[in-house]
Design a protein around this ligand. Structure first.
Ligand code: NI
Ligand code: MN
Length: 233
């Protein structure tokens, strides 16, 4: 079945991976671009890249309502457990976790990570997620600067990459083009832009650059928009 996803605004996605719902960085309450509400989501797995409020978002409520495990770093999983989430999986950078229908490897990300209450959120991460049945693979970068070791992530053969393009807090459009050249994905999806004035971007101008300067196909969605990653033919 492969990977299908809906952009929920900012860095929040509801992905269907071989038919299983996986929610990423579910910042919905207070997100002006939010395409859904926490009550509408019923994931089997939740992935949280770091502790900042615009990623942590509604994680606790969604995890409690769904019972879905939350995959994050050790410090975040401990914080979640202390805040009433029963099943938090504390991985760390470079480690692979097996969740049945997917494996999830935590990648490095160059950013920071603290909770809205000021407590320490460990190191920020990205994710390499591999669908067991279809074999399709995604890279969700989280919040990060450009780094040249993205080439190592590219060596893993990425079908679709999710990259921040907003600038100011993360890499911007120009560095995202350099990132795509390292990662070499078949498809690339922009995130973490247009949520607030400091991160406003021209996504269609970005898409033109991706098409002209890289081998990836840009997928620009409106909040709520969906895309299915086609098989390699
Ligand atoms: Ni952040
Ligand atoms: Mn952020």
């Amino acid at each position: 079945m492969g990977i299908k996803f809906q952009w929920l605004g900012h860095s929040a996605f509801d992905m269907h991976i071989d038919g299983h719902s996986v929610v990423f960085d579910p910042f919905l309450t207070g997100n002006p671009l939010a395409a859904t509400t926490p009550e509408m989501l019923s994931p089997e797995l939740i992935l949280l890249s770091h502790a900042h409020g615009d990623h942590l978002g509604d994680t606790v409520a969604i995890a409690q309502a769904s019972g879905a495990p939350v995959v994050a770093n050790v410090e975040i999983s401990k914080w979640l457990f202390e805040h009433g989430v029963k099943n938090a999986q504390g991985q760390n950078s470079g480690g692979l976790g097996d969740y049945g229908f997917v494996t999830v490897k935590l990648t490095i990300a160059f950013h920071s990570s603290s909770f809205p209450d000021g407590s320490y959120g460990g190191n920020p991460n990205g994710f390499i997620v591999t669908a067991r049945e279809s074999g399709q693979r995604l890279y969700f970068a989280g919040d990060t600067a450009l780094f040249s070791d993205m080439a190592l992530i590219g060596d893993e053969r990425i079908d679709v990459a999710f990259l921040p393009i907003g600038d100011y807090y993360t890499m911007g459009t120009a560095d995202s083009i350099r990132a795509i050249k390292y990662i070499r994905p078949r498809f690339v999806v922009p995130m973490h832009y247009n949520t607030a004035p400091p991160i406003s971007q021209d996504a269609s101008g970005w898409a033109n650059r991706v098409s002209n300067e890289t081998s990836a196909v840009p997928i620009v969605l409106d909040p709520g928009g969906e895309f299915s990653v086609p098989r390699v033919v």
